[in-house]
Design a protein around this ligand. Structure first.
Ligand code: FAD
Length: 287
């Protein structure tokens, strides 16, 4: 089935109305959609809806301790945002490891989230930062929105719980606690241009001699991006000495389920998780 109509809504109301009618493929930057349709992995619906002109999907702003990132924010916009660099530095670092300038100028955060790749670079820090997604739809003719934690939104490799009539409007990220510091690590042959073989987002804040608000998330080591709650628990309230960091790295190995593919074997991914998590946590404790 080919594309029969190309739509360019100018408002969220209009976009939601088009979606309500059904058989729509949403297009943002196209950096996932175009290769996926070219390769036959994804088939276009009869209506192709380019959402780039929907103003409600744009902008990056802070309100009441929450940073709202419009679904259309590109990786370049995130990198150029002082707010993201200062408030959500873990996300900023991930954008700094994302593809090339050409891709960064087109790729949107909404597309990265909806594509739900286990290796999606923005997903790992967003998960660590307790992000939620904002979805909008017009099921009964009136615009309705709902918020879903990112960890619940992504339900499998390439799969989300977004209903076909819903549009991802924004990603909301609560401002991390004062003193929180984090580091993003991505392993690939060419870390900028490659899809991650593994990625790590880890952070915490120092409270005297101990760590608090410990967050650890991984990419490309399970069917989806994952938080590592048992690894976090090993460090929570504990002094970050060598024994604690080693115990956290050992626990991480119990939380990941890597596979072997073109980018790395499962054995190599496990070695990376163990060794690089220790290094990342050591850096975090020095920040
Ligand atoms: C050469 C190359 C290098 C890449 N490198 C990286 C990398 O380093 N790291 C990385 O994480 N990714 C990488 N990618 C993948 C891709 O660039 C990202 O996933 C990007 O963020 C997708 O955003 P987009 O706006 O292009 O999405 P699109 O391709 O437009 O859409 C992706 C999917 O999301 C849906 N969608 C988009 N926006 C919405 C919305 N608002 N509401 C509902 N559904 C929506 C679309 O229907 C589609 O299914 C790379 C891709 C290429 C081609």
């Amino acid at each position: 089935m080919g594309i029969e109509r190309y739509r360019t809504p100018r408002s969220l109301e209009e976009a939601a109305e088009i979606l309500r009618a059904g058989n729509v493929t949403v297009l943002a930057g196209g950096t996932d959609l175009m290769p996926q349709t070219q390769s036959g992995k994804v088939r276009f619906q009869p209506v192709l809806m380019n959402v780039r002109r929907v103003p409600e999907l744009q902008g990056i702003a802070e309100d009441g301790g929450v940073v709202r990132i419009g679904a259309l924010a590109t990786i370049t916009e995130l990198l150029e945002s002082k707010l993201v660099r200062e408030r959500l530095n873990l996300l900023w670092q991930a954008c700094d490891h994302f593809a090339s300038d050409q891709i960064r100028n087109a790729a949107t955060i909404g597309g990265n989230v909806c594509n739900a790749s286990p290796a999606g670079d923005t997903l790992v820090p967003l998960l660590a930062l307790d992000a939620r997604v904002v979805l909008a739809a017009k099921p009964n003719g009136a615009l309705e929105t709902r918020r879903v934690p990112l960890g619940e939104f992504i339900v499998g490799p390439g799969r989300t719980c977004r209903a076909s009539g819903e549009l991802l409007v924004a990603v909301e990220v609560p401002r991390p606690p004062a003193g929180f510091a984090g580091e993003f690590y991505k392993h690939g042959t060419r870390p900028g241009l490659d899809i991650a073989a593994i990625s790590i987002a880890a952070g915490a804040r120092r409270d005297g001699a101990v760590l608090r608000d410990v967050r650890v998330a991984f990419g490309a080591v399970a069917p989806t991006v994952i938080r590592a709650p048992r690894t976090e628990a090993v460090l929570e309230g504990r002094s970050p000495d060598a024994a604690a960091l080693a115990a956290a790295a050992r626990m991480a190995l119990e939380e990941v389920q890597p596979i072997s593919d073109v980018r790395a074997t499962d054995w190599y991914r496990r070695e990376l998780v163990h060794n690089m998590l220790k290094r990342v946590l050591t850096h975090v404790c020095q920040l």
